[in-house]
Design a protein around this ligand. Structure first.
Ligand code: PLP
Length: 369
């Protein structure tokens, strides 16, 4: 029987060599040449003046919101169809998440829904580049400027994607990334904040490092956090970044191979491919709809029986116990439809063409005419 996991990190570059170099240098904590180099290179790839490496993608979001001064009484508009970390970070600063639907055109946050959700308390929009797809950033940017509110990108799933020729990470006021083990670039656990504004970047660095003054050691003007990343993880990320284009290219080829088999199959709906953006190939995403003849869960079970690991789309966050309050019961029809029918399929660089074909055969074999 075949056995194909959903995800697997690509560790075939200089990860081991650079980690050993970090150990040999004795710079194993949260300063060192690898971290500096990673921050410089990652900012360059994102087209921003600054990248700040942090412990994971969740604290990246927390720091971004803190640096913008978002706190109790403030509202942050967020799509319900996302990983729960996007919303939890809003709760960490004791602001209120305001859930909105996604747009069937992109599967990302619906701009009209955002517009309707803005109140006098709204301080920010947290756009999520869902499953690698950049959200509608120019309309969101125009709206945020018109209303005097901030625009954040949760780009955890979309490093090196582009929107109208510009890279994710540079499309709002501040952006966050994750380098968790199943993400496109990884160091096991890690994250980054990218931005242009010098003062805001200094604020992110201050908050990341326990609130210690950046030019006066052991003087703490504010209460900060220990959200630093280690130089060992920085070494790992330098190795990943060297091969980022290669990693993305192989993942794109896997996407193209899946596309070729699934396009025009009744009941299968591909993730939208939009002319003005290039999505980051994270986890291949597809909808299984009634015309396929099998439910989404039957397809997942059938694939599991064939040795193929899959994942259902995110459960809408506004329906999860911590957030299912009476004020969050608005129906979000597109969110519900995607969440009920979406599947992520195996995507990792070491997957062979044969593996992709095996997944396609297993999935298409389940179809009932
Ligand atoms: C992975 C992910 C995060 C959180 O990243 P961690 O590094 O696991 O903390 C945040 N938002 C989205 C959309 C993600 O997919």
């Amino acid at each position: 029987m075949i056995r194909i996991p959903l995800a697997q990190p690509d560790l075939t570059g200089k990860e081991r060599e650079y980690v050993n170099a970090a150990i040999d240098s004795t710079w194993i904590a949260s300063t060192g040449a690898f971290l500096d180099s990673f921050e410089t290179q990652f900012a360059e790839r994102c087209g921003t003046r600054h990248a700040v490496a942090v412990a994971n993608g969740t604290v990246a979001l927390h720091l971004a919101l803190l640096a913008l001064g978002i706190g109790p009484g403030d509202e942050v508009i967020v799509p319900s169809l996302t990983y729960i970390a996007s919303v939890n970070a809003i709760t960490y600063v004791r602001a209120t998440p305001v859930f909105v639907d996604v747009d069937p055109v992109s599967w990302c946050v619906d701009v009209d829904a955002v517009q309707r959700a803005v109140t006098h308390r709204t301080r920010a929009i947290l756009a999520v580049h869902l499953y690698g797809q950049p959200a509608e950033m120019s309309d969101l940017r125009a709206l945020s400027q018109r209303r005097g509110i901030r625009l954040l990108e949760d780009a955890a799933e979309a490093p090196l994607a582009t929107y109208r020729g510009r890279p994710t990470g540079s499309l709002g006021d501040i952006a966050t990334f994750s380098f968790y083990g199943n993400k496109i670039l990884t160091c096991g656990e890690g994250g980054a904040v990218t931005l242009d504004d010098d003062d805001l970047a200094a604020r992110v660095r201050l908050l990341r490092g326990q609130g210690m003054d950046l030019s006066r050691r052991y003087f703490f003007p504010i209460i900060g956090y220990n959200y630093r990343l280690t130089n060992i993880a920085g070494a790992f990320l330098c190795a990943q970044l060297e091969r980022a284009d290669e990693i993305v290219a192989r993942r794109r080829a896997i996407y193209a191979r899946y596309d070729a088999r699934f396009t025009h199959v009744p009941g299968l709906t591909l993730q939208p491919r939009l002319p003005d953006r290039e999505l980051a190939p994270w986890l291949y995403s597809i909808l299984v709809e009634p015309r396929f003849g099998r439910t989404r869960n039957e397809v997942m079970q059938g694939l599991a029986d064939s040795g193929v690991e899959t994942r259902p789309f995110f459960i809408p966050v506004h329906t999860l116990p911590p957030y299912a309050h009476p004020e969050n019961t608005d129906s979000l029809p597109h969110t519900n439809r995607l969440a009920a029918s979406g599947i992520n399929l195996p995507t990792f660089t070491q997957m062979t063409d044969r593996d992709v074909d095996d997944v396609c055969d297993a999935l298409l074999g389940l179809r009932l005419e």
